[in-house]
Design a protein around this ligand. Structure first.
Ligand code: NDP
Ligand code: CA
Length: 331
């Protein structure tokens, strides 16, 4: 007697709702589907968050893990970027490996999960990719610094080679410092991530290398930035020399505004309905073919998130990208 899943449609920028099954084969073969999702750490959901309208039974891990897996399997992303993963080794890594994914995990140095009784270890960021679609080139775990001081926030940065097009891409997942009052720290962490990404996407044969000018590796950066679009860290990404754009702006009529919410919850301090999660992409390398629409307020329901029919307080973001045509594919 559970309520039904939230039904969400893919929207094609400028063209409205699309049936992804109907898109022609060669196009779908080239599509790279990316999911960004803060899945809500089990220890934080049960022991820290105090979602006032969500019964504890709705957070029972034995059931909730299947709702998380169902969400992932509904969309079957080629690249899966998760935050607040505190069940990597015992759940997501083995189950997703059986479904053809390979992953990398970076725990937070001082995860707040460790303060919860009966915790399952630290939470962190995880990045999975479909092994049939991508070869691994390199993956690094980064501890984000703020003015050279290491912080409690991390990123996983994985470079992949697409087996369909032969092209490389660099994918990053991060989870920046939460709560109001920490805007400056988020901004510094964002700058440090951009600095790391600049270094990591500089190809060996690039401007400083022996063979002259080579293209930088295109980027996808997924994250719970814990920052609304007016914050400094968002502006830094939007105006970065890496030439990034935020994919979910493509849902809006004018193509310029972020959705109204990516998280919606009620804590003792009140209701929180805001946009904190983003998928950034290299504007010059990728086109956005489709974006998964946000559920409506009615679908989310009066008790907001998480709930019996949705396992996290953050909604998943799912986008279909394709490489823009190039004169030659870089193998
Ligand atoms: P953050 O402030 O970034 O938040 C950590 C988590 O809490 C996030 O996953 C966040 O979720 C969630 N959160 C945000 N707002 C609330 C809220 N109002 N109520 C409940 N949960 C919320 O944490 P830090 O990474 O800075 O870590 C803080 C904790 O880490 C400390 O409490 C301490 O236990 C530990 N720590 C210990 C140190 C030590 O030396 N022992 C050093 C540093 C940290 P979301 O992103 O979804 O909002
Ligand atoms: Ca959280």
């Amino acid at each position: 007697d559970r309520p039904p899943r939230l039904l969400r449609a893919f929207i094609s920028p400028g063209e409205g709702e699309v049936d992804r099954e109907e898109v022609d084969n060669s196009a779908t073969q080239r599509t790279i589907r990316v999911m960004q999702w803060n899945i809500l750490a089990q220890a934080l959901g049960e022991g820290m968050d105090s979602f006032v309208n969500c019964p504890l039974e709705a957070l029972n891990w034995a059931e909730r893990k299947y709702l998380i897996l169902e969400e992932i399997l509904t969309y079957r992303p080629h690249i899966l970027c998760l935050q607040e993963v505190d069940h990597y080794y015992d759940t997501f890594q083995p189950i997703l490996a059986g479904l053809g994914y390979r992953g990398n995990f970076c725990p937070k140095p001082w995860s707040p999960c460790l303060d919860v009784e009966g915790n399952n270890g630290p939470d962190g960021c995880a990045l999975f990719y479909d092994e049939a679609r991508f070869d691994l080139v390199d993956s690094v775990n980064v501890r984000l610094c703020a003015v050279l001081i290491p912080t409690n926030q991390v990123a996983v940065v994985t470079t992949l080679r697409c087996r369909v097009t032969g092209r490389r891409l660099c994918v990053a997942v991060t989870h920046l410092k939460a709560r109001s009052g920490w805007e400056c720290l988020r901004s510094a962490q964002g700058s440090d991530l951009l600095r790391n990404l600049t270094t990591l996407t500089q190809s060996p044969g690039g401007p400083s290398g022996p063979t002259g000018i080579a293209p930088d590796t295109p980027l996808l950066v997924c994250g719970d930035f814990n920052a609304v679009p007016s914050e400094d860290v968002y502006q830094r990404f939007a105006s970065s020399p890496l030439i990034l754009d935020s994919a979910y702006k493509r849902l809006s009529r004018d193509g310029l505004s972020e959705p109204a919410y990516t998280t919606w919850k009620i804590r003792p301090t009140g209701e929180c309905c805001t946009t904190l999660d983003y998928i950034w992409y290299s504007r010059e390398a990728f086109s956005v073919d489709a974006v998964l629409d946000m559920p409506t307020e009615e679908q989310i329901g009066p008790n907001r998130l998480p709930s019996y029919n949705y396992p996290s307080d953050h909604l998943s973001l799912v986008c279909d990208f394709s490489f823009k045509k190039q004169e030659e594919d870089h193998m």
